[in-house]
Design a protein around this ligand. Sequence first.
Ligand code: PAF
Length: 276
Amino acid sequence: MLQDITSRERRRGRSVGLVPTMGALHAGHMSLIKRARAENDIVVVSIFVNPAQFAAGEDFNKYPRDLASDAGMIQDKADYLFAPEAWALYPSGYNTWVYVEGLSEGKLCGRFRPGHFKGVATIVLKLFNIIQPDRAYFGLKDYQQSVIIRKMASDLDLSVDIVLCPTIREPDGLAMSSRNAYLAPEEREAARALYEALQAGAGLVRSGAGPEKAKTEMQKILSSRPLISEIQYASVYNPETLEELSAIEKTPVLLAGAIRIGNTRLIDNVLVNELK
Ligand code: PAF
């Protein structure tokens, strides 16, 4: 069992780094694996499309899955691949959930994906318990997820170090995501608007504009572009509490957005660390 292997490695004084993923690996995941490789003796990659973080009607069934190709991509970059079946992690009668209050529901993606972060926190804690990593690596593209996981680790006194890594982007700025594969060519072209809007908002914030002006500009850009079927949110937030800001008193400041292009939901964010 992987648990025995990683405990043995740790007893031998070897550090274990975990990169939790849902597969369909891309350059963003590979950057997490590279960082884990540089900072740990042993690198474990998990691939598990977690049913508990998809609501009814979301893309669980069509989420891209290609275990053989993923395994090939990490063959010489990680030491262990953990790819359990759903029944092994959620056997019949499974009934225990982890819920990080205050950050999960009602804010950003939590407003549009009820139950999503409960599913994320639960699976991440289960993976931590199974693999017992010293460090675990997450991408900042899923900003809300990273804040929730850090809070869970702190509130539950977990000894794992949560390492947050920069978003990896396509040349036109689109954040790498397994869901980009859903986009038809013209939708892919339209998708660049999300990062453009965030950059425009961030530019305004950096030069002293208030959140309302930045929000208006982001919404204006997004609503003027073709094929964007829904703007779920695009605004300026406190990066710790995820509250929408009405004034900017200190940095960092989070600008985040979620849109739909056709049926594909895309999220992205930018942090402004300094004001001019
Ligand atoms: O970010 C993801 O891919 C997933 O939410 C995670 C952290 C692997 C949990 O299923």
